[in-house]
Ligand binder design. Structure first.
Ligand SMILES: [Zn+2]
Length: 199
């Protein structure tokens, strides 16, 4: 099923905002109008329309690039509140689902549909060097395409829906910092799996 972004006499609304506000929100949060963020915004918009307005939704995104930010701007789900989960699969797809019923919609970039928008296809598949595909051109294509390059399917979530609970906490004998005891006798860093050395 393919739902188009709604049009009204006032123009296009994306994620409940005017197109201008939508683009401004991306630029403010992300620093620039990244094409992936714009596409991501349309993906969130489509998913929100599919699941309907009164659903308390959790989110799962399938790439670390751009989509997590799109979800954090345009939904109440963030990494920090635990309602957004990020899979490092490098697939341009996201799901919003009812956190109680575990039903929702997965929206993905549909490569077949992007063939009607060669700039988008070439950008996503990295078929042309950046210098040959100016950002303004790509922006224009994305705004033409809107949700027309996306596919959406109803899903039931079968995993990853549980929210992390905090376990027991103790003081690490190595570093003296508080850590969850399920990591073992000492914290992960003191067991040798840290990512830093002190200078
Ligand atoms: Zn420690």
């Amino acid at each position: 099923m393919d739902t188009r972004t709604s049009e009204s006499s006032a123009g296009t609304y994306v994620c409940g905002r005017s197109l201008e506000d939508f683009l401004k929100a991306i630029e403010n949060f992300h620093g620039w109008k990244a094409p992936g963020m714009m596409l991501g915004g349309f993906m969130v918009d489509l998913a929100q329309r599919q699941i309907g307005p009164d659903v308390e939704a959790d989110a799962i995104v399938e790439t670390c690039h751009c989509l997590p930010d799109a979800v954090q701007i345009f939904t109440p789900c963030t990494v920090g509140n635990g309602w957004l989960k990020i899979l490092d699969w490098d697939k341009f797809a996201l799901s919003l689902y009812d956190r109680r019923k575990l039903t929702g919609h997965r929206v993905s970039l549909d490569l077949e549909k992007t063939r009607a928008f060669p700039n988008l296809y070439n950008w996503y598949m990295r078929r042309v060097p950046k210098k040959d595909l100016p950002l303004e051109v790509l922006h224009k294509t994305i705004l033409e395409a809107k949700t027309a390059v996306l596919s959406s399917r109803a899903i039931s979530v079968t995993r990853l829906n549980t929210r992390k609970k905090k376990g027991e906490t103790d003081i690490c004998s190595g570093c003296g910092e508080a850590y969850p005891t399920n990591q073992g006798r000492q914290c992960t860093a003191c067991q040798g799996d840290g990512y830093y050395e002190f200078d």
